[in-house]
Design a protein around this ligand. Structure first.
Ligand code: HEC
Length: 163
């Protein structure tokens, strides 16, 4: 079976109701952000970083990064999905009533998500970290122009990327 056919089959299966599939076209922007965009970004952001952990009463500093092939694949998949989500944002259901800048922000997100894919392809943790920061800035830029009515949840991108 060739790859294209496999992909088609996979897409069809996903459309059949699994919630990993393309988001329902009738999702509100809030749902799309909360259920798809944010979790997808988190997979990418959480791939590379730094933690201070308490081990036996002592603070231990630890860097983490994708190690296994599966780790890298997960990171890359999140980037690929972000491209799809960014493209979805430019569809009429989401652009209606928005300015031209809406499409620009969405295109920037797609662009940075493609860079994110490339960073994962290069197996370069520092690049993944950097592009992750840029992605965060793009999210924030759109949120500054189109602020959520209710305010953003605490972990959502507002302002500068985390250091
Ligand atoms: C093209 C504009 C745009 C981009 C780009 C964008 N967002 Fe949003 N986001 C919005 C809007 C608009 C809302 C608020 C909708 C409302 O409440 O009116 C929102 C709301 C949210 C929320 C709150 C959802 C809720 O529970 O109501 C989260 C979380 C979020 N965005 C995460 C992200 C992340 C992460 C990124 C980047 C990877 C991102 N957004 C990129 C426009 C954008």
């Amino acid at each position: 079976m060739n790859k294209a056919l496999l992909a088609t089959l996979a897409a069809t299966t996903l459309l059949g109701g699994c919630n990993q599939g393309p988001p329902a076209p009738d999702k509100t922007i809030q749902q799309l952000m909360a259920e798809d965009v944010q979790p997808t970004a988190e997979v990418y952001w959480n791939a590379v970083g730094h933690v201070s952990e308490l081990v036996d009463g002592e603070v231990v500093e630890r860097d983490f990064r994708p190690e296994t092939e599966a780790d890298w694949q997960r990171t890359r998949d999140a980037a690929t999905r972000m491209v799809e989500l960014a493209n979805l944002l430019t569809e009429p259901g989401y652009t209606e009533g928005r300015g031209e800048d809406w499409v620009q922000f969405s295109n920037s997100l797609a662009e940075v998500a493609r860079l994110a894919e490339q960073a994962a392809d290069s197996r370069d943790p520092e690049q993944v970290f950097e592009v992750g920061g840029t992605m965060y800035s793009v999210c924030s830029a759109c949120h500054q122009v189109y602020p959520p009515a209710e305010g953003l949840p605490e972990d959502a991108p507002v302002g500068a990327p985390p250091a």
